[in-house]
Design a protein around this ligand. Structure first.
Ligand code: SF4
Length: 400
């Protein structure tokens, strides 16, 4: 019997919340111009007609379906306020400003969105236009996240991206001028990439002066073209060197490393993503979106139909699934241990509804192995724990 299970048995396995976790809203817009060969997100190629024009996007129809979806969830979130909104995809910037405005106005009229809520939208540099960005800003988007990935045209081509390095540079300039609050995503460990190339990408990214930068390692995910036909990628040690280089370069440039892949200047951590990592609640609407909601005595997950056409026809959520209390410690740790500074002791009971006692033995085991350490009233992964994060989180699995 695992440490977690033994402690759960002692607790009787009951979930009880005195106060519910903070609530965010995720909106999924599932279409892309073209599917990237490494992508395992729920994204669907728009396709082109015989004349080469992009397939038609059912913008108005989809926004109406999203708002119906929100309405269907209202009884589950009565009285709760939304502290952040994230419009992700897919390529949300395929949608025009008018649709984003209709979406956000519809969301605000149905849910209590806090006036100072962070509202992020993802955009692809291949779809960046000044007028479009201005329209998003006027609709209420106050943070833009750009999927740049690299400033090297050969790397962008290898990744199957639809944009060039020059378009990425132009998009960052436009985003900074329009939003100020901008994230750029970069990837490392790319096909044929050497350390110096990864460093050049990162240094160029830093020079733009965005307040947030995310650096992800390319991984081969199941059900992707790259998984079926793997390109030659840098080895494990080379990727570890790239990660170290990124942490050092970003640290020297004044960024705080606050999550495995996320770096921010002071005051610019992504509030929406922090809510996931701190095991907060979120409504997920749109094709294939996931959500997590807590109630006084249980925590549930809900999931949407993945295919956009079916979502448009059927809409709404499948029946929610209750997360078994014994699974909650692992689910909590899967998120919270990604945070470099870890989490305060009070967060585990606050976000799982379980007493801290439930993880005591597993925590001590992790400490003994040098994977976890105590700060003042907090727990955080050690450098070793961050390197072997899967082993660390596995200690909280409910195995017999
Ligand atoms: S643009 Fe983003 S969401 Fe779309 S296919 Fe590429 S990686 Fe996936």
């Amino acid at each position: 019997m695992s440490a977690v299970l033994r402690d759960m048995r002692d607790n009787g396995g009951r979930v009880r919340f005195d106060a519910l976790p903070p609530l965010s809203l995720y909106v999924h817009l599932p279409w892309c111009v073209r599917k990237c060969p490494y992508c395992d997100f729920n994204s669907h190629e728009l396709g082109r007609n015989a004349r080469g024009a992009l397939g038609e996007l059912p913008e108005a129809e989809y926004v109406a379906a999203l708002l119906r979806d929100v309405e269907g969830m209202l009884p589950q979130v009565w009285g709760r306020r939304i502290r952040s909104v994230f419009i992700g995809g897919g390529t949300p910037s395929l949608f025009g400003a008018k649709s984003v405005d209709a979406l956000l106005a519809g969301v605000r009229s149905r849910l209590q969105v806090e006036p100072e809520a962070e509202i992020t939208m993802e955009a692809n540099p291949g779809t960046a236009e000044a007028g479009r960005f201005r329209g998003y800003r006027e609709a209420g988007v106050n943070r833009l996240s750009l999927g740049v990935q690299s400033f090297d045209d050969a790397m962008l081509a290898a990744l199957g991206r639809i944009h060039s390095a020059e378009e990425a540079r132009r998009a960052i300039g436009l985003a900074l001028a329009t939003f100020g609050n901008v994230n750029i995503d970069l990837m490392y460990g790319l096909p044929g990439q050497a350390l110096a190339m990864a460093r050049a990408d990162l240094e160029e990214g830093i020079r733009f002066g965005t307040p947030h930068l995310s650096a992800y390692q390319l991984t081969l995910e199941p059900n992707t073209v790259f998984h079926a036909h793997p390109p030659a990628l840098p080895g494990e040690d080379a990727c570890a060197d790239m990660q170290t280089m990124a942490e050092e370069a970003l640290g020297a440039a004044g960024f705080e490393h606050y999550e495995t892949s996320a770096f921010a200047r002071a005051g610019h951590r992504c509030r929406h993503n922090l809510n996931y990592w701190q095991f907060g609640d979120y409504l997920g609407i749109g094709a294939g979106a996931h959500g997590k909601l807590s109630f006084a005595d249980r925590v549930t997950r809900h999931e949407r139909i993945k295919q956009p056409r079916e979502y448009l026809a059927a809409g709404g959520a499948a029946a929610p699934r209750e997360i078994a209390p014994k699974e909650l410690p692992f689910e909590f740790m899967l998120n919270a241990l990604r945070l470099i500074e870890g989490f305060p002791d009070r967060l585990f009971p606050e976000r799982t509804g379980l007493p801290a006692l439930c993880i005591e033995v597993a925590v001590r085991d992790a400490e003994r192995r040098g994977l976890l350490e105590r700060g003042e009233g907090s727990l955080r992964p050690t450098a070793l724990g961050r390197r072997f994060l899967n082993d660390l989180t596995a200690l909280f699995l409910p195995q017999e």
